[in-house]
Design a protein around this ligand. Sequence first.
Ligand code: ASP
Length: 324
Amino acid sequence: MKTLFAIAAMALTVVATHAQTYPNARTVTIVVPFAAGGPTDRVARDLAEALAKPLGTNIVVDNVAGAGSSIGTAKVARATPDGYTLLLNHIGMSTMPALYRKLPFNVETDFEYLGMINEVPMTLIGKPQLPANNFQELQTWIGQNKGKINLGNAGLGAASQLCGLLFQSAMKVEMTPVPYKGTAPAIADLMGGQIDLLCDQTTNTTGQITAKTVKAYAVTTSKRLTTPALKGLPTLAESGLKDFEVTIWHGLYAPKGTPPEVTKKINEALKAALKDPAFIKREEDLGAVVMADKRVEPADHKKFVAAEIAKWGPIIKAAGAYAD
Ligand code: ASP
């Protein structure tokens, strides 16, 4: 019995010491559940740079893409809960529970919430060959091409899929979804003319819109954006799609069971990173708004995700989009 207690005490000391010294010069991996070069990846790589200093260690980004972010998210749910494997994901955390009949993780119980990072508008963009030069002309073109239009997305659970779903329902047209492992490959195909339309975060589209390598039709937020490259774009709501609004948000997560001392250190480092002027400027230039309200706190982050699950579930169910 005594030996058992001694072993248990030793184990506790090991965990406590580990938590005190975390990250102990070991590299932390942030899993991004979408392809490299896309908007989620962009946020993760910018954040990794800003977070490395306050966290006091190197951070690498690992792209584990596929199935609208559910593959990478599942990988982190199963990872050792020691603070060295984290997940950065977006609104998909709140839409996946309604989009998938079976998920290999529970968004609300399999993760420690570490705080939210930013909010990002989306834009509706088209291939450069489209004859439409504004949203009204696009509506006409869509009306003339019913049944022939391809709409790219990053899989069920992706922001692009959610936005596309809402767009089709608001327009009362069905388009053929073309899924990719992320919107980096989707936007490449859009520029090449292989797909017609894409809804994607400004963190991925601002450069292409500025370079005019894609056609930009509207933003998905309720108000026009102030970012210089995007401020001329109308909102979908003012263009006739009443109440249309999609804003994407990103948060940071650790596997359930990560010691509280470790999650506290990560949250403190995250809050410092979110105040880094270089990070803020980089995000603002791409139309994103760095989180500055109480949702940087884990409890408020978790409350917000629960509210988003309650908000999107009925909308997705009504749209009838599921995967097994
Ligand atoms: N964020 C994109 C989406 O959800 C995917 C990506 O980051 O590549 O559509």
